[in-house]
Design a protein around this ligand. Structure first.
Ligand SMILES: Cc1ncc(COP(=O)(O)O)c(C=O)c1O
Length: 408
């Protein structure tokens, strides 16, 4: 304490008070939040001119006009208060109907909770269930949110690796072999960030069947479920499982409709699970952004041609990036089926983090090293194609001759 009041009544000469700097006393759980592997790169890129970013994790295409208009209309109509805790009723209905059509899944409004993006949904799901003694199976590499949220709350992460030579497909037998008496849950991100892998129906069904049999929870992150390039059939957990008792399906408007900054996502699960998550949600963000929820209604109920157009643009870029990676010395690529990322390998034992830093310094192209996403892919790079084909070509015009000079 800095200032102790006088306890006796003797008047005292005013003294110079020494203030001791309080020590930061973070909850030790904060140690599970890693220092971002991307930070050094982004800091350096910010000091440089003429950087080409292939590090972007959000859509670069504009939000469709009718969605922006719905947001503005909601503001103008005075929709600036809180919504119901589960979310705007019109949005719950729109999502119920949308999932009924898209995945043939019968839901009620009580199966859905609207959150501030998929990030809050994942935060609620993982932090409400992670606990000491519970093991969570996560793919390696995986989106960087999952492992820290599990570890912060005492849970243990068990990684199941995926590999570039298998197009980063998940081997259901390997997942099942990883399940043991302490396995509590599995996090399934399909399509996958950072690999762009899309898991086929047979993989998802086999894994879900085993999880249901063993009573293992499944947290499915499906934020890229529209950004698929080669298949007509996307195997959502919502149409691969009989009931929702052990399933939480998480998604958002961020990627499909280029609405990342509007921050609206959701969890779909059993009514009992949603009831508990609703209670927790009240103590975190309370409700999602209100005008953005109106924009979400417009997104779901409006013409879906805008989504098809965006997917066609991403597909063209995917094809371009696959071709460019193929022409790059020392990069081994594959064809990612979804999202907007490629995750090619460097030769074994090459430190991707060191290489990405030198690449940025010497060519001005910014990519994300594999170690930002786990432990098994330190020799990989994540290359985002959320940028134009022209920018991709400009970037590889720099990368290809530079890579040819590397002494591997
Ligand atoms: C796999 C994955 N899940 C969740 C998110 C977060 O999405 P939101 O913007 O809805 O919070 C992202 C964003 O990059 C992501 O790549």
């Amino acid at each position: 304490m800095a200032d102790v009041p006088n306890r006796d009544s003797t008047p005292e000469k005013p003294r110079k008070v020494k203030y001791r700097k309080a020590k930061a006393s973070w909850n030790p759980a904060m140690q599970a939040v890693p220092v971002s592997g991307i930070r050094r790169l982004v800091n350096m890129a910010a000091t440089m001119k003429d950087v080409i970013h292939l590090s972007i994790g959000q859509p670069d295409q504009p939000t469709p006009r009718h969605i922006v208009d719905a947001y503005i209309d909601a503001l103008n109509a005075g929709q600036t208060g809180y919504t119901m805790d589960a979310g705007l009723p019109e949005l719950l209905v729109a999502l119920r109907d949308y999932y009924g059509r898209r995945y043939n899944r019968k839901l009620t409004r009580d199966n859905i909770l609207i959150t501030s993006g998929a990030t809050e949904a994942m935060y609620l799901a993982l932090s409400a269930t992670s606990a000491p003694g519970r093991q969570f199976i996560v793919t390696d590499p995986s989106f960087l949110l999952y492992a820290p949220l599990i570890r912060m709350n005492g849970g243990e992460v068990k990684y199941v690796p995926t590999r570039a030579e298998n197009q980063h497909q998940l081997d259901p037998d390997e997942v099942i072999r990883a399940m043991g008496p302490r396995t509590f849950a599995l996090v399934l991100n399909n399509p996958n960030n950072p690999t762009g892998a899309v898991y086929p129906r047979s993989t998802v069904e086999t894994i879900l069947e085993e999880c249901a049999y063993r009573g293992i929870q499944v947290y499915a992150d499906e934020v890229y479920d529209h950004l698929i390039f080669d298949d007509d059939d996307f195997a959502s957990v919502l149409n691969c499982s009989v009931d929702l008792d052990n399933i939480m399906c998480i998604s958002s408007f961020s990627k499909t409709y280029s609405m990342a900054g509007l921050r609206v996502g959701w969890v779909i699960s059993s009514q009992a699970a949603i009831k508990s998550l609703r209670r927790y949600h009240m103590f975190t963000t309370s409700v999602a952004n209100t005008p953005a929820q109106y924009a979400g209604v417009a997104a779901l109920t409006g013409d879906q041609q805008c989504v098809r157009d965006m997917v066609n643009v991403y597909r063209e870029r995917r094809d371009k990036v696959v071709e460019l990676i193929d022409q790059t010395p020392y990069l081994t690529g594959y064809k990612p089926g979804g999202a907007f990322f490629a995750f090619p390998d460097l030769p074994p034992n090459v430190d991707g983090s060191d290489l990405a830093l030198r690449m940025l310094k010497e060519t001005g192209v910014c990519v994300v090293p594999g170690d930002a996403f786990g432990e098994a892919c330190t020799n990989a790079l994540r290359i985002s194609f959320s940028t134009t084909c022209e920018r991709l070509e400009d970037a590889f015009d720099r990368i290809i001759p530079w890579m040819a000079k590397q002494p591997f």
